[in-house]
Design a protein around this ligand. Structure first.
Ligand code: SAH
Length: 225
């Protein structure tokens, strides 16, 4: 998969993709992430990409021309399955959206700042708007990093234990079961005996029951679905 991300703060996106699973996915050639500095597409000599809102009010608005120049350049090089704008009023990101996007080839992601981006960018270029939840952060970069992480870990071969993404919360209707590791006894707090029993069927049954109880307690809405 290939991800192109357009931002005014490319530095904000360096670290999230330079470690652990996301770094390995790129090293293995399973994912490519290209970050584009929107200011490189600004025509004015100050490289500014925002301006005052029409109609007045607080906050700056990101202009259409630099976004258009960058998007059109990228679209002349390849076809994108989706052009995604990270936005608090978009569709809330969930596992099924991540699963669907993991089947795509090329994704182009736009990060907003300040008051957001000129509405015409959304109408003309954007095919999908995604929110990371009902709260507002300062820019689209951290939301974009979350989206890209959620998608990349689903690409076959990215996680070393191939089944592990499938047993995560939200892949099925159940939340994940509790997990433990050594020591078996820490200050008298014991790991459940069944996990030490070596009885695979009993362990699977225990995990299922725990996952079910946890889901009933924390997210009964998942069972209703
Ligand atoms: N005025 C906008 C918020 C702008 S916040 C509004 O009220 O809807 C600045 C940028 O941060 C947005 O353009 C968007 O790219 C990003 N952003 C903020 N919160 C987000 C969220 N919950 N999900 C995805 N992107 C978000």
């Amino acid at each position: 998969m290939r991800f192109d991300i357009i931002t005014v703060l490319p530095g904000l996106l360096e670290s999230p993709f330079a470690h652990s699973i996301l770094q390995r996915a790129q090293q293995k050639g399973l994912a490519e992430i290209h970050v584009h500095n929107l200011r490189d597409y600004a025509a004015n000599k100050h490289k500014s990409v925002d301006d005052y809102p029409y109609g007045g009010g607080s906050g700056m608005v990101m202009q259409i021309a630099p976004f258009a120049a960058c998007i059109e350049q990228l679209q002349s090089e390849r076809t994108y399955d989706e052009v995604i704008y990270m936005s608090p009023d978009g569709q809330t990101l969930n596992q099924s959206t991540a699963n669907a996007l993991a089947l795509k080839g090329n994704l182009l992601i736009l990060c907003g700042h300040y008051k957001g981006i000129d509405q015409r960018i959304r109408e003309i270029f954007v095919t999908k708007e995604i929110s990371i939840g009902d709260y507002v952060v300062s820019g689209g970069e951290l939301p974009a990093a979350i989206l890209v992480d959620a998608v990349i870990r689903l690409i076959p071969g990215v996680l070393s234990d191939e089944t592990s993404a499938l047993s995560d919360s939200f892949q099925g209707e159940l939340l994940d079961a509790p997990v433990y590791t050594r020591p078996a006894n820490w200050r008298g707090h014991q790991v459940p005996d069944v996990l030490l029993s070596g009885n695979e069927a009993a362990i699977a049954h225990w995990r299922y029951e725990q996952a079910l109880a946890r889901t009933q307690e924390r997210r009964p809405d998942l069972l209703d679905e």
